[in-house]
Design a protein around this ligand. Structure first.
Ligand code: FAQ
Length: 308
């Protein structure tokens, strides 16, 4: 079998495509785009939660939050490494992000106004991320699928710590419970937007599903997330801010209202509440860290020269 035939046979047989294998250029480019966007999301995603490290309510909460934020940096690194197996460098991907030519998830363009937002992010944002990423553990590209397995284990802990923050607030004073409700009110719809446009509007889905890069569609994943999350909100005694949310016994799923797609596209195109701040912070961190990168390269060169 030649390269293209072998590729098609491997996809049909649910086998993984590995870095040295022949692959269509479109497959490679789609993976680079998606994995890079995913990696950038993990890195930019450290900002909203990092905002609360100095103000976490107890030492224990602070230690947990620091560990979580560090995990997100680690996820970014696994993902950049997975992308590098496709023939791009991490520096190139970071440059594309900084020039606004690659994206990161819309969700990280919303502010974290109260401590309850840290609970809502763990519960809803990590919850949505896991729903998507569990499906991606079966993606056809080997290095991406393997990165997902490890990331999902960590996201699962993140989701639980967020839910536990919400539980503590909901069992606390009326003011604390109101804070939890307010965080849910602000984060519910942006969390649903994480799954991307409706399948009928999704540019890449059809081809990505054929290549088994995506295994479950945007709308199906969103539905899975809603179905899993509604009972969790009920257990907390919180109300999901959607008057159209209702169990549909015929479908065996919750029906839910329409996302504000104008808001979604505004945020994706750079005009969300925090887009400018997130990128400005990212660029400043990159510039301020230049001396560390230079020192690391100089050290590596010196060691290499010594051992030569
Ligand atoms: N935000 O044709 P589709 C995390 C873009 S989890 C921004 O449907 P596709 C963990 C899309 O790129 C978050 N842009 O695209 C964490 C495309 O534009 P393009 C990251 C979005 O790729 C938790 C256009 O719209 N997870 O970070 C969004 O087939 C807590 C048309 O869309 C992943 O990235 C959006 N929400 O499906 C970290 C998962 N949705 O590229 C810290 C992997 C769509 O042509 C704290 N990615 N767009 O210019 C995926 O599964 C897919 O890429 C989708 C989009 C489902 C996001």
């Amino acid at each position: 079998m030649d390269g293209p035939e072998r590729f098609e046979a491997a996809i049909a047989a649910d086998e993984k495509i590995e870095p040295g294998d022949w692959m269509p250029e479109g497959y490679r480019q789609t993976l680079i785009r998606q994995i890079a966007q995913h990696a950038h999301s993990e890195v930019i995603g450290m900002q909203p939660e990092g905002n609360w490290i100095t103000r976490a309510p107890t030492l224990k909460r602070k230690a947990i939050l620091i560990a979580k934020v560090q995990d997100e940096a680690g996820h970014g690194l696994y993902l950049y490494s997975a992308a590098e197996t496709l023939g791009v460098s991490r520096d190139e991907l970071v440059r594309l992000l900084h020039e606004g030519k690659q994206k990161y998830s819309s969700i990280f363009n919303y502010p974290t106004l109260t401590w309850a937002d840290i609970g809502a992010i763990g519960w809803l944002v990590d919850g949505a991320a896991i729903t998507n990423q569990v499906a991606l553990t079966r993606t056809s590209y080997g290095p991406y699928a393997r990165a997902m397995v490890r990331i999902c284990k960590e996201e699962s802990f993140h989701q639980r710590q967020g839910y536990e923050i919400m539980l503590a607030l909901c069992r606390g004073t009326p003011e604390q419970k109101a804070m939890a409700q307010d965080a849910l009110d602000r984060y519910w719809w942006p969390a649903l937007m994480m799954f991307g446009p409706h399948d009928s509007e999704s540019v890449h889905s059809e081809q990505s599903m054929k290549w088994k890069i995506k295994r479950v569609s945007n709308d199906e994943l969103r539905q899975q997330f809603v179905d899993a999350t509604v009972p969790q909100a009920e257990y907390l005694g919180l109300t999901i801010p959607d008057p159209d949310l209702k169990w549909n016994p015929e479908r065996g799923h919750y029906d839910f209202g329409e996302i504000d797609w104008d808001e979604f596209w505004r945020v994706v195109k750079g005009d969300g509440p925090m887009n400018r701040e997130r990128m400005a912070h990212k660029l400043a961190a990159w510039e301020n860290g230049a001396w560390v990168r230079e020192a690391a390269v100089a050290y590596a060169n010196k060691r290499a020269a010594r051992s030569a």
